[in-house]
Ligand binder design. Sequence first.
Ligand SMILES: [Fe+2]
Length: 353
Amino acid sequence: MVMENDKLEQVDDDPIVLIVDDEEAILLAVRRQLRRSQVKVVVAKSPSEAISVLSQQDVAVMISDYMMPGMNGLELLALVRRRWPKVVGIMMTACDDIRVAADAVNRNLVKAFLTKPWDSEVLRRSVEDGVRNHKALMDGGGDDAGGSQALAREIELQATSAAFALARAVDARDEYTHRHSEKVALYAVALGKAMGLPDVVLEDLRIGGLLHDLGKIGVPDQILLKPGKLTDEEYAVIKRHPQIGASIVEPMKFSENIHGIIRHHHENYDGTGYPDGLGGGEILLAARIVHLVDAYEAMTSNRVYRDACDPEYIRKEFLRCRGSQFDPQVTDAFVVELDAGRIEVAGKKLIIE
Ligand SMILES: [Fe+2]
């Protein structure tokens, strides 16, 4: 949901102030109180919506609530600090969260905090200070993260936990894909194990499997949840999710495999996939594995537009796409596991040992 304030003299290049709160009344109140400020107000009802806005627009200041379902304000601010370091954060809290907010200021995650109910003059001043800070960051280059290594590590941890929360939020949006990422992670680890890959790669497969569709946070519900066929334009929007996901985790210290899985889990072995059209060995093995088990999980689950496919059809499909969509070796290893009954075709459970 995106609403802009109704100031008549709205100028297109006014700095954007993003307000994130799960209570609509708060969003409306803040928006109303900022009507006379020279800013463009955009609101988001959840951290996921906020990330979607941040991915598409140049936000100057973000005002975030602390207690929100799925992800708390600190995690969101840490993620934003890592990914969009020039966005100035302000936290809005209830009285009993003041210690959290003070901590956020100390950790350089926010420039200010507002206690609910806030004074509208304080709100306006905080936003105007934030806009000035943002402008200084833009003019001066770099960010003012500074701080100790321990602090940077702490921000990294919060940002990582926010990435997982976003991935869970993606799964939760669609009852049909419920727990999709968890299942993909399980299948990827099991297949990697069957292929004799080392533990460190198995851990990458687990994390990459959990995060692979993170970028779907940037795909609107009406496209993601649409029953029936997508138009070309809608499909083009869906196809952006590997890049969006990769850009969200880009500043985080994940392994090359995990970054590769997120960006390249829709690359085909013959080079016809997206987003980069890589082929064969140009695609990391971990991404080739997730590509296959992702398709498997989708085929064995009911979807909004169809029921689960039958086991014999699934087996035939994988063999048909061996060498075109899927890596031949990965496909062979997978079919061996399937035939040996080590993968339950009902898709509910995978026997790992
Ligand atoms: Fe995907």
